[in-house]
Design a binder for this molecule. Structure first.
Ligand SMILES: C[S@@+](CC[C@H](N)C(=O)[O-])C[C@H]1O[C@@H](n2cnc3c(N)ncnc32)[C@H](O)[C@@H]1O
Length: 381
């Protein structure tokens, strides 16, 4: 069957690689998604193992609609009894980018009407809508006149890993953080540092990658578990195999931050993950970080300057560049920021620039290779 994994802009290639490792066929990168082919086993594995996917969809219907009536009819004529029944609940998520259909909520309403009308006509009764915890989540994608209807096999978004403590404030999305760790090509063992760790999302994702901890959980409820063809034995086999690969030993993972609250939050998450004794946490300003390693990978997500005056944010980014040059020769440093002007004040030439989105904010994820020689001091032109 054909399947689609959704992700964030900029992570499509990384997700395609993850899918390749899982054994997916016909992998094609799309906009914020990757399509692939596979059977039920792969669908379950994708939900359990993919770190850079937000949800896994199974397209069940494609047609063209050039007005409201043809949209309604396309849905009404499809046999929904294979997926829904009167005592089940459903919800519709819609993404619309079309010169014909302008309002995604209105589209969702029309589609809901067509499904409900089909059941009423056949049975005299209808399934109910439940937007928070439905039995079946239906995903609608309309691009101009092309309508794709998919079943959402994930249910809740896959970014939820279970290590977050309740005190986290404005953390990075876990899927983005995992994608950043993969993009850095960290080898899972050598020195890894997030010197501005905040709630610790980047180090938790690095830890999970290092120890082969699946991002999914055998305790969580997935959308496909409500499908008529749910195979509990197959799911148990997949989660059991995945969990048996978990390594008790982590790579050399380090987190630091200037704020006590950040260090506490990171420790709590490490504790929930069960690796509190192996993730080193230090409360320190980046400029004062005592580095004893001679090489490794740094990933950081510094403040973008919303609360700092422009002049100060430029000198803050200059401090980051100076500290990298002075204390981290031999390292690869990756910086995620939405502040493109401030990034220029790092004073180093990036060897890679990748555009990603942190929520609605367009960001650059830039790599700086900190050679021990003269290149490191070369200012950006
Ligand atoms: C955007 S937040 C990082 C969020 C983090 N990636 C997460 O997922 O929660 C930036 C962090 O940089 C820290 N910070 C600011 N200035 C710092 C400095 N000079 N040295 C170290 N950490 C600093 C802040 O305390 C804050 O936790």
């Amino acid at each position: 069957m054909q399947l689609v994994a959704k992700t964030f802009h900029g992570l499509e290639e990384v997700l395609a690689k993850e899918l390749n490792i899982l054994g997916a066929q016909d992998i094609k990168t799309l906009k914020r998604a990757v399509s692939f082919r596979g059977e039920k086993e792969l669908l379950y594995k994708a939900n359990f193992h993919l770190r850079t996917a937000l949800r896994i969809l199974q397209p069940v219907l494609r047609f063209k609609a050039n007005d409201e009536k043809s949209l309604y009819n396309g849905i009404y004529e499809f046999d929904w009894s294979a997926y829904l029944s009167n005592h089940k609940t459903f919800a519709i998520d819609s993404v619309v980018s079309s010169y014909i259909f302008k309002h995604s909520k209105y589209v969702a309403l029309k589609i809901k009407d067509a499904i409900v009308d089909q059941f009423r006509k056949k049975t005299g009764n209808r399934p109910s809508v439940d937007t928070t915890n439905p039995d079946l989540r239906i995903n609608v994608h309309i691009y101009d006149e092309d309508v794709t209807i998919s079943l959402d096999s994930s249910g809740e978004s896959l970014h939820k890993r279970g290590y977050r403590s309740s005190s986290s404030q404005a953390p990075l999305n876990e899927v983005l953080a995992a994608g950043m760790v993969y993009l850095s090509e960290w080898d899972r063992k050598s020195f890894f540092l997030d010197p501005m760790c905040g709630s610790g999302t980047i180090v938790m994702e690095a830890a999970m990658i290092s120890a082969h901890i699946p991002p999914g959980s055998s305790n969580r409820k997935y959308g496909f578990m409500n499908w008529k063809d749910y195979d509990r034995t197959l799911w148990k086999k997949i989660t059991g195999q995945g969990n048996s690969r978990i390594n008790s030993k982590l790579g050399n993972i380090n987190a630091a931050d200037i704020a006590f609250s950040a260090i506490n939050g990171t420790k709590q998450s490490a504790n929930i993950l069960g690796y509190e004794n192996q993730i080193t946490t230090t409360k320190t300003a980046f400029a004062d970080f005592e580095n004893r390693a001679d090489k490794g990978v740094i990933i950081m997500n510094p403040p973008y300057g919303e609360r700092i005056m422009e002049k100060d944010i430029f000198s803050f980014y200059k401090m980051i560049g100076d500290t990298l040059k002075q204390n981290f020769a031999g390292f690869d440093a990756w910086i995620l920021s939405a502040n493109k002007d401030a990034l220029k004040h790092i004073g180093l030439r990036p060897s890679r620039k990748i555009t990603v989105f942190n929520g609605p904010l367009e960001c650059k994820f830039q790599k700086f290779s900190l050679y021990a020689g003269s290149k490191k001091d070369k200012p950006q032109t």
